[in-house]
Write a protein that binds this ligand. Structure first.
Ligand SMILES: [Zn+2]
Length: 220
């Protein structure tokens, strides 16, 4: 784990190289040591942050912002293998399905995205919202209906869940109409192909409206 002294020293090296005042170096050191979203992970060593500062000064014509120095320190450090947890299937990611009714239009909206798990592996994605924050934001949204998160008992959000019962029924009706004269196997195959079809994903996107709560999630 990089000490505060080493972080400050690295920032001073950069400040000296680019003619920045001590205050600038202290500000960046504070971010890299304390900022919840930007502080260095524990596995970055004194040597890691020091190498990052030297490497930056050698290669770049302008001083870094904290995030850039952080990324470089992470790249230059030996990253340990971190394991996930049973609930995220050891991936560090959770699927979150939010359902709410838009108060203006009265229409149901659904949003399916991936958020970081709260386990060690999930913290690798510290720049992204942890799923518990997304759940809290969803619950506070006007028109909230439900929020579903994958876990060990519910490993994936199914196409049916993503679409909602009404859209799912309509989807099946259309598939059946297309499938007139098809064998059961052909129909199943057609259904599976349709679920994976990009056009259908775009159709689902119509349900999803970005909002400020949703920053930091991965769109599927
Ligand atoms: Zn996890």
């Amino acid at each position: 784990m990089a000490t505060r002294t080493a972080i400050t020293q690295a920032c001073r090296t950069i400040a000296d190289a680019y003619g920045k005042p001590d205050k600038w170096a202290e500000g960046m050191a504070a971010i890299l040591a304390e900022n919840p979203g930007l502080k260095l992970p524990e596995w970055v060593t004194d040597e890691g942050i020091s190498m990052a500062a030297e490497s930056w000064c050698r290669d770049e014509s302008h001083p870094p912002v904290a995030q850039e120095l952080r990324s470089l320190a992470l790249r230059l450090s030996r990253r340990p293998q971190v394991s996930g947890c049973h609930d995220c299937g050891w991936t560090g990611r959770r699927e979150v399905l939010q359902v709410w009714v838009d108060p203006e239009t009265g229409q149901e909206r659904r949003r399916h995205a991936i958020s970081a798990c709260t386990c060690e592996k999930g913290r690798e994605y510290t720049m992204h919202a942890v799923y518990t924050e997304v759940v809290r934001a969803a619950q506070g949204r006007p028109g909230f209906v439900s929020v579903t998160v994958t876990n060990r008992a519910h490993e994936v959000i199914t196409a049916r869940e993503r679409m909602g019962e009404q859209a799912w029924a309509e989807f099946q009706r259309q598939a059946r109409a297309r499938g007139q004269g098809m064998s059961r196997e052909q129909l199943d195959q057609d259904l599976r192909a349709t679920i994976g079809r990009p056009e259908l994903r775009r159709q689902q996107d119509l349900y999803a409206q970005p909002s400020h709560h949703d920053r930091g999630e991965w769109e599927l």
